[in-house]
Design a protein around this ligand. Structure first.
Ligand code: COA
Length: 326
């Protein structure tokens, strides 16, 4: 008997408070024009002071349940991808497990920054196909506003808060998962970090403890150079060509960066699904939020071939080539 893993539902949640580019003009020296031109971002959502990653993760799962009327009472694993957990311990996933009252679910957080959601999906596929689990919730959720320095114009305009969730279930006859790749260029990790302490990393001083610090140019260059290779490697594993893709769902960090990745990879720009225009860079949540928007816009059809590529802090990456099974 086959043990296959199938995506059966998805949901999302974003905080109510909107911060648009004009709001940034009031707090740092920037302009709506600069932000739109360099990033494509128009607005982002900001969590309330007492609203944490577990709260928005939980709400994304409620949205999933409401949209698809799926029974999640027998979920046996919750994977929360996040770099902004409420606490070091308990995990966000444990909070979500308690809030949902899922008595039989294991719970763990993973941190692969902006690649967290695609790592999470691939782990869920592995858990199900190996027979360990039958119903896995994969959540990508961030409250990046809590670690954003709103005096640093180079980073504060980029980030936002949000959550997305997928349900991955055991199936005997249908799989969503076709091929995946993952890796990390850890020696370049100092280009994007957030540390509690002011220390050194690979001999370089760490700045601004508690907040996100980024060498924007460094990350940009790495991403446009490497993501096309990840795309190629993943497609090659399954003997697919770029032309076969229905959609490309990259980590939604910067529209210019994604356009450049598309051009270098030979993927038509209008196949790229993005969430950054409305939500900014929400790290592990960008990909499920892009999928959610695409569903709302009625772009996705059953059996569409979608390549998701998460990349960022680490500098780590993970891709997953899926067949849309909803
Ligand atoms: N508004 C106006 N000017 C700004 C600005 C802002 N918000 N942020 C930076 N600048 C200025 C800089 O101070 C610099 O000025 P100077 O020439 O007088 O020194 C100038 O713009 C160029 O700065 P630079 O950092 O080289 O800009 P850039 O073209 O690389 O754009 C990013 C900056 C952050 C938009 C861009 O590097 C980027 O998006 N990188 C990838 C980041 C990313 O996606 N990270 C997440 C991956 S997971």
């Amino acid at each position: 008997m086959n043990s296959l893993a199938k995506i059966t539902a998805h949901g999302s949640y974003v905080p109510e408070k909107i911060m648009n580019n004009q709001d940034f003009e009031k707090i740092v020296e920037t302009s709506d024009e600069w932000i739109q031109q360099r990033t494509g971002i128009e607005e982002r959502r900001i969590a309330n002071e007492d609203e944490y990653t577990s709260d928005i993760s939980y709400k994304a799962v409620l949205d999933l349940q409401e949209k698809y009327q799926v029974d999640i009472s027998d979920v046996d694993m919750i994977i929360n991808a996040t770099l902004t957990p409420d606490y070091k311990t308990p995990s966000v996933a444990s909070y979500v497990q308690a809030k949902l009252g899922l008595k039989n679910a294991g719970a763990l957080d993973i941190n692969a920054a902006c690649a967290g959601f695609t790592y999470g999906l691939n782990i869920a596929n592995g858990l199900i196909t190996s027979g360990q689990n039958k119903k896995v919730l994969v959540i990508g959720a961030e409250t990046l506003s809590k670690i954003t320095d709103y005096t640093d114009r180079g980073t504060c305009i980029l980030f936002g808060d949000g959550a997305g969730a997928f349900l991955v279930e055991y199936s005997e006859d249908e799989t969503s998962f076709i091929a995946s790749s993952a890796g990390s260029d850890g020696d370049k990790g100092h280009n994007l970090y957030s540390s509690e302490l002011s220390e050194t990393m690979f001999g370089e001083d760490l700045e601004n403890p508690g907040y996100i610090v980024q060498n924007g140019r460094g990350v940009y260059k790495w991403a446009v150079g490497n993501v096309p290779k990840i795309i190629e490697a993943t497609l090659n594993k399954a003997n697919y060509k770029k032309e076969d893709l229905s959609w490309f769902a990259p980590h939604s960090a910067n529209a210019r960066m994604i356009e450049s990745i598309c051009d270098r990879s030979g993927i038509e720009r209008d196949k790229a699904l993005m969430s950054l225009k409305y939500y900014g860079n929400t790290s592990s949540a960008t990909i499920p939020l892009s999928i959610d928007l695409a569903v709302k816009e009625q772009k996705l059809k059953k059996d569409d071939l979608i390549l998701m590529v998460g990349f960022g802090g680490g500098l780590a990456y993970a891709s997953t080539l899926i067949r849309w099974t909803i």
